[in-house]
Design a protein around this ligand. Structure first.
Ligand code: IVH
Length: 676
């Protein structure tokens, strides 16, 4: 009886795992997060261990999955592309287990010195093998099943970071192994663009990268911002290898291949644990997703001694971090009203631990996205939280609903103030028409005004703003400056001392600059850069407030949408009043001459791109100093770029600069231009 039950469950798990493996490996379109797949896989593994009779030759536990796509040409790997064993214990014990295993297999005595390891990041992308003959890239292949992969040479050639020719004196044959991945910022921008165009968004950087590499049309791959890190080698001829893995990676870097710098040569289990903990703390700050770290025995001699199991080397292990995607229940959908009145559907979730924190709210972006994902209240959904990106619902688990659930509808009236809701941008966005009458918009406007990059009012956070608005203490921006200690002290959690601090911060904020003031007003489409351009062009507030759309169009980088938005803003009497009242409250900013009469700034018309980490200046500082001299700081390198300033860990922008022959500057070079 019980046996029958286990057999049925095993068959069910095999079926599900086959289905999900196909979605993942062949279609690059998974329906469930990795963590969920791993759970199913482990359940089957346990069942098969306890009841070996249930093991079938086609069980997903019996092979490495992955299949050659129809359409791409198969490539037989001369040296198989192995996988690594995963240590799923995410605590320090994972690292200690590995070290203990290595020591045992090397037959080391307890008092023998610690083993040297190479500790690296585990990049979350698609494994790739790059074959260079006489320094020239001749073939790129995916891993496939480890023995046979797919030829993706044309696609890989479109990735700026992949050198088509190696530097230095590379050996006659060198196969480099690495991971193609997508940086989080690139992924966010790609999805933002998709959303703006009303097109489908991508689930996560890893699948997007994998899908792009396995495209049949290289032109599509070329439009995806892909990156590469190399972490090992395959087939090699005519090269006396360095003695250590770390030395090998240094050599690859010297050939001009991208190798991540967050790697370390460490000693023993404690060295591994320290590395693991240090990276776990910095995980959110990294510009790309990692799902853990990888430890490798550093000495290539010891690696040879340790050798391989069937599919995996004994000298390496992947030590995982908590998953960044999880499954949970969607309990409801709320509406949040933003600063510009945009209504965002927010998922109310059964609290779930994702990427190191408990998440109970996640964005659903807009009605279009919500409909496309087809999520309804009561569904099991996939929640993703990576880095400092707002948690989002990426989709639902495709399973039948036990009962009919109506589709979500956007309210016709603003849930906060009751004003009518207008549909915009081809029906993608919904916006409350209440403006500053709407308390939600008022709160966001105040928070934006007080922001670090705007008026910089320290201590004016959302808790206080909520109370100020809900308690009717403040209706307009200028009223902020009427707050005194007595009025503030009645607020919850506001002691005399912090009230005094806030009043002092308000006082301090009155001394500001024109660009900050303009940005603080929260005019739609006027970000920091535009605010600076406007300030420089008009010099004075009055000139700007009276400018026509035509005059506004004269400003650098101001197009029709932005010009219209500014003109409309200042055409409203109540907005002009806000400016007057702020001035009356004592807000001052230096005003200058309009740019046409002022002497041109020394770097006017020059475009700079910053990449990597400079030894002393932060990126913000470098940017601010360049802009103060009239330079423009752009995000990507093109033929129009005048200089690229490159620091440590410079990536694809540096390669692009070299390719286009754009002059490069290091920090001393930059400081010289800045007149230091
Ligand atoms: S070494 C023989 N190092 O993780 C060992 N792999 O789960 C070959 N990966 O297939 C792999 N970062 O695609 C290695 N620093 C790293 C890695 C890494 C990510 C990927 C790789 C591999 C998979 C195994």
């Amino acid at each position: 009886m019980a046996d029958e039950h286990y057999a049925r469950r095993a068959a069910e798990l095999r079926e599900q795992l086959h289905h999900h493996a196909h979605r993942y490996y062949v279609l690059d379109a998974p329906e469930i997060p990795d963590a969920e797949y791993d759970r199913l896989f482990q359940e089957l593994q346990r069942l098969e261990e306890q009841h070996p009779g249930l093991r079938t030759p086609d069980s997903p536990t019996q092979r490495v999955i992955g299949r050659v796509l129809d359409g791409l040409v198969p490539v037989r790997h001369r040296v198989p592309m192995l996988s690594i064993e995963t240590e799923t214990d995410t605590s320090a014990a994972g690292a200690r287990n590995f070290d203990a295993r290595v020591r045992r297999e090397l037959g080391l005595a307890a008092d023998a010195p610690p083993v040297a390891y190479s500790a690296e990041l585990k990049f979350d992308g698609l494994a790739i093998s790059l074959r260079y003959e006489h320094g020239v890239l001749v073939q790129a292949a995916t891993r496939g099943d480890g023995e046979t992969g797919e030829d993706v040479t044309q696609n890989i050639r479109t990735i700026g970071q992949v050198p088509l020719r190696l530097a230095g004196s590379p050996p006659p044959v060198l196969e480099v192994r690495g991971e193609v991945y997508m940086r989080r910022g690139d992924f966010e921008r790609l999805n933002e663009r998709q959303r703006e165009r009303g097109e489908k968004t991508y689930v996560n950087p890893r699948n997007t990268a994998a899908g792009a590499v396995r495209q049949l049309d290289p032109a599509v791959t070329a439009q995806r911002p892909l990156s590469l890190y190399c972490y090992g080698i395959g087939d090699v001829e005519g090269w006396a290898l360095p003695p250590t893995h770390n030395g090998l990676l240094d050599a690859l870097a010297a050939f001009g291949l991208p190798v991540n710098r967050d790697r370390a040569a460490v000693l023993g289990a404690e060295g591994l644990v320290d590395f693991h903990d240090a990276i776990a703390l910095r995980r959110d700050e990294l510009p790309f997703d990692i799902d853990g770290v990888v430890y490798k025995v550093d000495s290539l001699d010891l690696q040879r001694q340790l050798g391989f199991k069937t599919r995996e080397p004994r000298w390496a292990v992947a030590h995982k971090f908590p998953a960044q995607e999880q499954v949970t229940r969607l309990n409801g959908i709320d509406i949040q009203v933003g600063r510009t009145g945009k209504l965002t559907p927010v998922a109310k979730l059964e609290p779930v631990f994702v990427g190191g924190t408990t998440v109970s709210n996640a964005t659903l972006h807009n009605l279009f996205e919500l409909r496309r994902k087809g999520v309804r209240v009561g569904d099991r959904v996939i929640v993703r939280r990576a880095g400092d990106v707002i948690p989002e619902v990426v989709g639902r688990i495709a399973e039948p609903r036990p009962q009919y659930v109506p589709n979500f509808r956007m309210p016709r009236l603003c849930p906060v103030c009751g004003s009518t809701v207008a549909r915009e941008r081809g029906g993608i966005d919904h916006r409350c028409s209440g403006g500053l009458y709407c308390p939600a918009q008022r709160k966001q406007a105040l928070l934006h005004f007080a922001g670090r990059r705007a008026m910089d009012i320290e201590g004016l956070g959302d808790k206080i703003v909520d109370q100020l608005v809900d308690g009717g203490l403040i209706r307009t921006l200028p009223e902020l400056y009427t707050l005194g200690v007595a009025k503030l002290a009645v607020l919850e959690r506001m002691a005399d001392r912090s009230a005094a601090n806030l009043v002092a911060a308000l006082e301090k904020s009155k001394q500001t600059t024109l660009p900050r003031f303009l940005y603080a007003l929260g005019i739609r489409h006027v970000g920091e850069a535009t605010a600076r351009d406007l300030a420089r062009h008009f010099g004075r507030m009055d000139g700007l407030m009276d400018a026509s759309v035509e005059q506004l169009l004269q400003v650098r980088d101001v197009g029709p949408v932005v010009a219209q938005s500014i003109a409309t803003f200042f055409a409203q009497p109540h907005n002009r009043e806000v400016v007057e009242q702020l001035r009356a409250a004592g807000v001052t900013f230096e005003e200058g001459e309009p740019a046409a009469h002022a002497a041109p700034l020394p770097l006017a018309g020059k475009t700079f791109v910053l990449t990597g980490t400079l030894p002393t200046l932060t990126r913000d500082e470098a940017k601010a100093r360049l802009e103060a001299l009239g330079a423009k700081v752009a995000g990507s390198v093109s033929r129009k770029t005048d200089y690229v300033v490159a620091g440590a860990e410079a990536g694809s922008k540096l390669d692009k600069a070299r390719e286009l022959g754009v002059p490069l500057l290091d920090e001393p070079g930059l400081l010289a231009i800045l007149g230091d």
